[in-house]
Design a protein around this ligand. Structure first.
Ligand SMILES: [Fe+2]
Length: 151
């Protein structure tokens, strides 16, 4: 495979991870705002930590795209179009449903991260591969925390 083609593959896979990261950040932020119930303080704080981490990650992913010679998405429309993660329903959910929905979203993005890591590996793009390994570790830890809440 030509290096131009493999670079395009990395860029395409990275754009999908960025879109999912951003949409998951907005979803998590909304959970931070709207969560209710006995666990309010704990969940409000957990979701707060998570959306802040996702915001920082989105910045790093977008800047990796720029380093690869591509523009970052122009705005929400581009991000939503490429994301496989859906917005929250308009009516706020119970905290249990919020957590279950977030678990699904973190599993979805993990699949895209693994796919991007494989493409980066094939392209011998160590920097993107390293970034994906780091992102995979964060989502894996978040999944453990979210799943523990529902036990
Ligand atoms: Fe807040």
């Amino acid at each position: 495979m030509s290096s131009k083609k493999s670079n395009a593959n990395v860029v395409g896979a990275l754009q999908l991870v960025l879109a999912d990261t951003y949409v998951l950040m907005v979803k998590t932020h909304s959970c931070h705002w709207n969560v209710e119930g006995e666990q309010f303080v704990a969940l409000h704080d957990i979701f707060g930590t998570q959306y802040n981490e996702l915001f920082t990650a989105a910045d790093e992913l977008a800047e990796r795209l720029r380093s690869l010679g591509t523009y970052a998405p122009a705005g929400m429309a581009a991000l939503l179009k490429e994301s496989s993660i859906k917005d929250n329903p308009e009516k706020p959910q119970t905290w249990q449903k919020m957590v279950a929905d977030l678990i699904k979203a973190h599993e979805t993005i993990s699949d895209r991260i693994v796919a991007c890591r494989e493409v980066a590996d094939a392209a011998e793009d160590d920097v993107t591969e390293d970034l994906m390994i780091g992102r995979h570790a964060v989502h894996s830890k978040t999944l453990w925390m979210l799943k523990s809440l529902l036990k």
